[in-house]
Structure formats: C-alpha cells, structure tokens
Write a protein that binds this ligand. Sequence first.
Ligand code: PHE
Length: 432
Amino acid sequence: MARFAREAARLADASKFAEQARRAAEAAKHLDASKFAEQARRAAEAAKHLDVSKFAERARRAAEAAKHLDASKFAEQARRAAEAASRVDREQVVAEASRFTEQAQAAIRAAKNLAELERLRIEYLGRSSQLTEVKKLVRELPVEARPEVGGVANRASRDLEDAIKVRAEELAFIEREARLRAEAVDVTLPGVPYPKGSLHPSMRVVDEVVDFFVGLGYRVAEGPEVETDYYNFTALNIPPGHPARTMQDTFFLDEGLVLRTHTSPVQIRTMLSQEPPVYVVCPGRTYRRDSDPTHTPMFNQIEGLAVDRGITLSHLKGTLAAMARHVFGEDVKVRLRPSYFQFTEPSVELDVSCFVCGGSDPKCKVCKGAGWLEMLGAGMVDPAVLEEVGYDPEEYTGFAFGMGPDRMAMAKYGVADLRLFFEGDLRFLRQF
Ligand code: PHE
C-alpha cells in the first residue's frame, strides 16, 4: 500500500487505540481497577501494532499505575494517551496527501499522449487507486479527523482531475498540430503538368458549322452509321437497280445493311419522326470504298434540312452564304452551279470564293488559281422524297444540303492530303 493510504490506515488504527484508551479512562472513573487494567493492556497492545511508541509507553504507564490502584493518576494518564492518539499524525496524512498529489500532477503533466494520460487517470483516480482507498478509510477515522482527511482526499481528486483536463487539452492541441504539419500541402510545389488535348481540325469545322445553325434555331439530329439500304438509297429516290447507286462506292453488310454513304438518310429519319416544319443539322461519320489523297474510306459530313411552307432556293443560298461567312470569313462570296442529286430538284453545288487569295492569285495553293472552292451539294427537296415520308409537297417545300467538313478543314488549314486527318499521327494533330 502506498504511503498516503498507509498513513491514513495508520490513523484509522490509532483511532481504534484512542477508543480503547478512552474506555479505559471511563472505567478508571469508576475505580474498577481490574477492569481498567485489562482495558489499558489492550490499548497498549493496539498501540504496538501502530508503532506509535509514544502512545504505547503512555498506555504501559497507565497499566502500571493501575496495578498500584492509583486510580486518579491513571485516569489522567489514560486521558492524555487518548488525546495524543486522536491527534496522531494527522499532519502526516495531510503532508503525504499533498506529496502524493504533487507527484501525480507531475506525472500527468509529463504524459506524452492521450493513451498514456488515460492510463494515469485510471491509476490515480480509478476504482483501485490510493485515493479511492483513502476515501473508504475515512469512515474508520476518529470523528474529528474525518473532515480534514476527507477534505484532503477530495481536494487531491479535484486537483488531479483538473490536471488531467489541462493536459488532455494540451495533448489534443499538440496532436492536432502534428497532424496538420504532417498533412500540410506545399502550395509552392510546381503542379503536375496535365497534357492538354486539342480538337481535331475536322471537329473544329463541325463545331463552327453546327454552332452557326443552332444559332439560327436548327436542331441537331443524328442517325446510325450502319444504315438500311432503304434509308440510305430507296427513300432518297434511289431505288434498287438505279444507275445512280454506282456513284457511291458502298460498303455492303448482311441483310440489306450498309455503312451509310452520306448523312442524307438522317433527313428521312427526321421527317418520318415529326411533322413539318423541320429545321435540322446532322453531323456524322460516313463511309465509301475510296482511298486517295482527297478521299478516305471514312469521312465526315454535315447534312442540313429545312422543310416549311414557302421555302425557296433563295433561302438556301442566303443561309449557306451566311454559313460560309461564319466559317471562312466575312469577305467570302458564294455561287451556285447546277448539279444533280436524286433527292433534290433542282440540285446545285455551292462554291465559296477563295478565302486565301480571293481569286487574285493564279498560283494560290488553296484554290489552285481557280478563285473558287467547291463546298457542298444541295437543292430543293424532291417532291417524291416529301411524298415518301408523308409530307404534302403541295403544301411544303424544303431545301437540303450536305457538306464535307474534312474538305473544308483541308482548305481552311492548308492541308494537302486528307489521309493525314485520320492516321492519328500526333505530330500532325498537335499543330491544331
Ligand atoms: N448526300 C449528298 C452527297 O453525299 C449531298 C447532298 C445532301 C446533296 C443534301 C443534296 C442535298 O453527295
């Protein structure tokens, strides 16, 4: 048992002794010497265990006196012994308590982390701690010693609880600081470069054209790249066996499916899915069995279709002229040349004045001295096509056009070989 508790226990024993001595004094008053002698002997016995030699001596003397039956002297001795016993070492208990408290506080202040602090709390304030033991002993103390010793024990508890609270806050702060330091981000470190991609030149043109038409109120429509023969040809007024089919070097798949040779089937799909008016622009990939510097098996197209009451060829020309200015610059002019498509009547091709030389340079690399660039095929929607999708050609007219954004990008960016666009060579693509 630690010293603080041991001192308290000793005090408890002393109180037992004092009680014995008091009873002896009581007996002495009645001059019952033999009974008193017995009491005094017992007190002396108790005092021995206490190692309180002073009391023991006094008690022994009291017992001695009793033998001579000098009752009054004895009574005095016993009274003094009782008094001394009740005072026994109370100061020592208090001193021990404050020493204990100081040591414990020092240990608490030195606790290195919250786990160690919790261990100390259990050691000093837990159920089997010294303080708890002392508090249990208080009941056995002489009445006059109880408030003091009890107070000392309670104060020690309170002091230790306070010390633990203070240290816990300190440790929490220290641990938080350490964590923040460990997790600190060095905002001065150079960033990890994030490779930036760029748009494919064809897609830049697609975006510009689509943006332009969306700005006019057109809707974007898309269709499948694997198309039925019906949508790709028949519905567009190119029935099976028609010689016009040979113009388009088609990739045929099984069961009447083809890789679409143009985006025109999206016209049919759109008109079948809605009533007029129709204003759509349809970008997408198309396929033909073709490969040379200006043809690739896969290429892009942008289809346009406007069907409404009173649509005329001049609407077509005005719309496409505005589009050409948007993509190639404010100064470009357009011209229409007669052409032929099965699904438009009349059919035209649209040329754009050379946006590089404006027609003034016979050695111009872009227009090759022609002054004009072929841009797209277009025309008024053939009444047979309107009928095919259930529109009344007497009530509605429309125009349609189909352009090649890859060709437009070639002209715009001065690229001589279309195949470069689709080989995926980063040295080429990074230039855009
Ligand atoms: N689909 C035609 C082609 O690929 C272009 C076109 C579209 C012509 C719309 C007229 C109207 O050549």
